[in-house]
Design a binder for this molecule. Structure first.
Ligand SMILES: [Zn+2]
Length: 204
């Protein structure tokens, strides 16, 4: 069986999405409003960073920033945008179908503006198993590199491969979890059993 996978680079400038500088972002047939959460679900399409050797990014979430105008008191407008790939069986080992979608959705809901105001959705510094360090409330990134990051959910028509997520309590070094079952991850509560260790800024 031959498999096809598309590799591409996506520029997140407004024009890449056909977004004019104006009141509404346009996505296909309808105007996106600031209360919307736009999601591109791409079949077997992954991204790379800079060069193809930095492959493969399965999705991302961000926002498009547009200026306000007289009609809204010149307040800036933010349009939440996410991209995720739907992977066919066997394209990559591990993530499949809704793995990337579930990862990006849990993050877009919990950290829609990616900590950009420097106040909301920031966390103590923490590190992924492969070394990436950050201080943002990215609940999918917390577990994505762990064995068992993906869990399966069998429905009548299909078995889906969702990604587990960390829980807020994981970001509190030295504290017990306040979540149901005192869990640090969901829905597989065995994935994380203790909060992140206390790390210095930038994990250095
Ligand atoms: Zn993520």
């Amino acid at each position: 069986m031959s498999r096809r996978i598309a590799i591409g680079a996506v520029a997140l400038a407004g024009t890449a999405f056909g977004v004019p500088a104006g009141a509404h972002a346009h996505s296909g047939e309808h105007d996106e409003l600031p209360r919307d959460a736009l999601l591109f679900l791409l079949p077997n399409t992954v991204l790379y960073s800079g060069t193809q050797s930095n492959c493969c990014i399965l999705g991302l979430h961000t926002y498009d920033l547009e200026l306000g105008d007289d009609t809204n008191g010149n307040q800036e407008r933010r349009y939440v945008v996410s991209i995720a790939t739907w992977l066919s069986p066997g394209v990559l080992s591990g993530p499949e179908d809704v793995s990337a979608l579930s990862h990006e959705l849990v993050e877009a809901v919990n950290d829609p503006f990616v900590g950009t105001d420097g106040v909301h959705n920031l966390t103590p510094w923490w590190q992924e198993p492969l070394g990436r360090c950050q201080n943002k409330n990215e609940l999918g990134d917390v577990v994505e590199e762990l064995p068992g990051a993906v869990f399966t959910l069998t429905m009548p028509q299909m078995t889906y491969h969702l990604q587990n997520a960390g829980l807020l309590s994981w970001f509190q070094p030295g504290h017990a979890s306040t979540a149901i079952d005192a869990a640090f991850s969901y829905p597989d509560e065995t994935l994380l059993t203790a909060p992140t260790p206390l790390l210095p800024p930038f994990c250095q």
